[in-house]
Write a protein that binds this ligand. Structure first.
Ligand SMILES: Cc1ncc(COP(=O)(O)O)c(C=O)c1O
Length: 457
């Protein structure tokens, strides 16, 4: 039975972003059950879910409350649309989410995934500018190595070369600028002088402000490994957008719903974006839901006549079951104080990771905040030796996955721009779980270090 499943997966189930060797491997993970911060595989092994599934199971697995809300909704009304029709679950979810969003972002448009959310934000920006008399504003600025999804609009905004290459040419008018990796503001130097900011001003000058629709960025960028921006960076983006009539889109697909200890990651920056995209944690992964939150003034600009409409939609957008699950999820987050949990335990998690880094010369750096970190590897920090291409591949595809299996940890070796291990535990993780996570990560990093040392002995 157990091997039958793997054989059937090899035969019939095409996996996402999965190399053939991993897909066909006898070690293909087969996760069958989840409870709290743990998942179990078909061989009965228990794994700590160090990535909350894929940054989404924020409230943990196996929750009766979210299941009950979804079940009740299915029994009451499994489906009606959000095309010219409203229903209580989507209204309630929209009202709750609008109430949590910063500033005057108070209108929510539901879709089913992060990619669709980004796609919707792009189309909203275009149509807003068109309806307010600026149809020439079509261009987009985004950042190198940022992941914004896979549908063609979202992929065009994505700045990960390997994901774009098989499909190029993509949308021609998306310009990628330097991200905030290594961006440090020394005392007395203005943020505006950072290369990652200057790049944006250069593009605006070269392409002309009147042709630019939007800037897309994550408050803390996942691609290139949990890039926390320097203080003042987002305020600078806000000023640039205000000066030039450009919309500022905060992609909160990972950052939102508590990952950084706030409802939205942008709260750390003290500015209000024009649009927020979300997905993942909005339902803790119990059912798919994504969406777009827009400022009131933008909705009024787009809907500037009685016959105006946002010419965009999807059958499942605002699905009753997904929005009912989201309401239950958000209420549980509020009732259980998980944001406070993240803010309380984040310094301990960070300190544990820093300590681990100090003990392992294979760690170049630990970055991140809240319950969201990347551990970047190199060959030897003390001598400055870098990993060879072959070592990096072996670490990402064999050494780290094997060590994770042995340690009972599920998370993600990441190759986007460096060799990294990414951590994003469920937000319900308590002190004991954080200690257990650190122990497991230590075992995994030790295995990486042993491998590199053996290669160079
Ligand atoms: C920042 C960001 N935007 C968009 C997406 C795309 O979301 P989805 O995979 O739900 O389409 C992701 C997915 O990880 C993401 O991290």
């Amino acid at each position: 039975m157990v091997e039958d499943l793997r054989a059937a997966a090899r035969e019939h189930l095409l996996l996402h972003f999965t190399r053939k060797a991993a897909w066909q491997s006898p070690e293909l993970p087969m996760v069958v059950r989840g409870e709290g911060v743990y998942v179990y595989d078909d061989r009965g092994r228990r794994f700590l879910d160090g990535l909350s599934g894929l940054f989404c199971v924020n409230m943990g697995h196996g929750r009766a409350d979210i299941v009950a809300a979804a079940t009740k909704q299915m029994e009451t009304l499994a489906y009606t649309t959000n095309w010219s029709v409203a229903h209580p679950a989507s209204v309630e979810a929209a009202r709750l989410i609008a109430g949590l969003a910063p500033g005057d972002l108070d209108a929510v448009f539901f879709v089913n995934s992060g990619s669709e959310a980004v796609e919707s934000a792009l189309k909203f920006s275009w149509q807003y500018h068109r309806n307010t008399g600026h149809p020439e504003r079509r261009k987009v600025i985004a950042r190198h190595m940022a992941y914004h999804g896979t549908t063609v609009g979202a992929l065009s905004i994505t700045g990960v070369p390997a994901y774009r290459a098989p499909f190029e040419p993509l949308l021609p008018e998306v310009f990628h600028v330097r991200n905030t990796y290594g961006a440090e503001v020394s005392p007395g130097t203005p943020v505006s002088s950072l290369p990652c900011v200057q790049d944006i001003r250069d593009i605006i000058e070269r392409e002309e402000a009147e042709t630019i629709a939007a800037i897309f960025a994550e408050p803390v960028q996942n691609g290139r490994g949990a890039l926390v921006p320097p203080d003042g960076y987002w305020a600078e983006l806000r000023s640039i957008c205000d000066e030039n009539g450009i919309l500022l889109v905060a992609d909160e697909v990972i950052n939102g719903f508590g990952r950084l200890g706030h409802w939205f990651g942008i709260e750390r920056e003290g500015i209000v974006p024009d649009l927020i995209t979300f997905a993942k944690g909005a339902t803790s992964g119990y059912v798919p839901l994504g969406g777009l939150i827009a400022r009131r003034s933008l909705v009024e600009g787009l809907m500037n006549r009685d016959d105006a409409l946002f010419t965009h939609g999807a059958t499942w957008g605002g699905h009753p079951v997904a929005t009912a699950a989201s309401v239950a999820n958000i209420k549980a987050m509020q009732d259980e104080g998980v944001l406070g949990n993240v803010l309380t335990l984040a310094p301990e998690l960070r300190a544990g990771l820093e300590d681990l880094a100090a003990r392992h010369s294979v760690v170049r750096e630990v970055r991140g905040t809240g319950f969201f970190y990347a551990i970047e590897l190199m060959a030897d920090r003390d001598s400055g030796a870098e990993l060879t291409g072959d070592e990096s591949i072996a670490l990402l595809r064999e050494v780290l996955p094997r060590a994770m299996r042995e340690a009972g940890l599920l998370t993600r070796p990441d190759d986007r721009g460096a060799t990294m291990l990414v951590l994003a535990p469920p937000l319900i993780a308590d002190r004991a779980v954080i200690a257990e996570l650190l122990e497991k990560v230590d075992a995994v990093i030790s295995a990486a270090e042993a491998y590199v040392k053996a290669q160079r002995a």
